[in-house]
Design a protein around this ligand. Structure first.
Ligand code: SF4
Length: 204
């Protein structure tokens, strides 16, 4: 089975969509993320099956510049809240908030300066987007050109699916040839957690 634990997030991040890879890279670079980035990423991690205890371990170890005291005062509550462990009305407690869909990420709370949340296909300049894609291993000129065209037409999720198909080309061919995955399992991805789930299933 999958080892969805704090210590394994670096390895698992290879299967994350670009929005979450960007949050992960920013977190590793700065040992910090601003509020909305923490929320977007925490809910995604919850959605991949990271439990509350492991999620707290993950954030605590990632925010390496803070003391335990500061972490407990400033950050612990919000993680617990996202998991429904505290706060909210009693109906929702136990589940907490749902992981954000692409629709929500694309249309709500656009990132400001110094913020890493949002969707890079929408919120990055084409140069920054191309750079980020190259850094995560997407170097094929045809794919990069396709992404640029998708972005110009504001078809952001198509750009994301284009990159998914490129990054899983061999695996998709295999499940198609073997008939183990039908059309339904290869429909357009519209949720970051579906991106992860599909990537993870294809690669493992
Ligand atoms: Fe993330 Fe969705 Fe944007 Fe892909 S299209 S990067 S999954 S928000």
């Amino acid at each position: 089975g999958a080892d969805i634990s704090a210590r394994n997030i670096d390895a698992l991040s290879a299967s994350f969509p670009l929005c979450m890879q960007n949050l992960h890279r920013s977190l590793r670079r700065d040992a910090h993320l601003k509020h909305y980035g923490r929320l977007q990423y925490t809910l995604f991690l919850k959605g991949i099956g990271l439990n509350l205890e492991e999620c707290l371990v993950f954030w605590r170890s990632s925010f390496s510049k803070f003391t335990d005291d500061v972490f407990n005062k400033e950050y612990r509550y919000n993680v617990r809240h996202a998991y429904g462990d505290v706060g909210g009305d009693s109906n929702r407690r136990g589940n907490g908030c749902s992981p954000f869909s692409c629709q929500k990420i694309l249309t709500e709370h656009p990132p400001g300066p110094g913020e890493a949340h949002g969707c890079p296909y929408r919120h990055f300049s084409i140069d920054n987007l191309t750079n980020l894609l190259q850094q995560v291993g997407v170097k094929d000129q045809e794919v990069l050109r396709g992404v640029k065209e998708d972005k110009e037409k504001q078809k952001f999720h198509l750009a994301c699916n284009r990159v998914f198909e490129y990054a899983h080309k061999q695996e998709i061919k295999k499940v198609r040839d073997e008939g183990t995955w039908g059309a339904a399992q290869l429909e357009t991805i519209v949720h970051p957690n579906e991106y992860f789930k599909r990537s993870y299933l294809l690669k493992n």
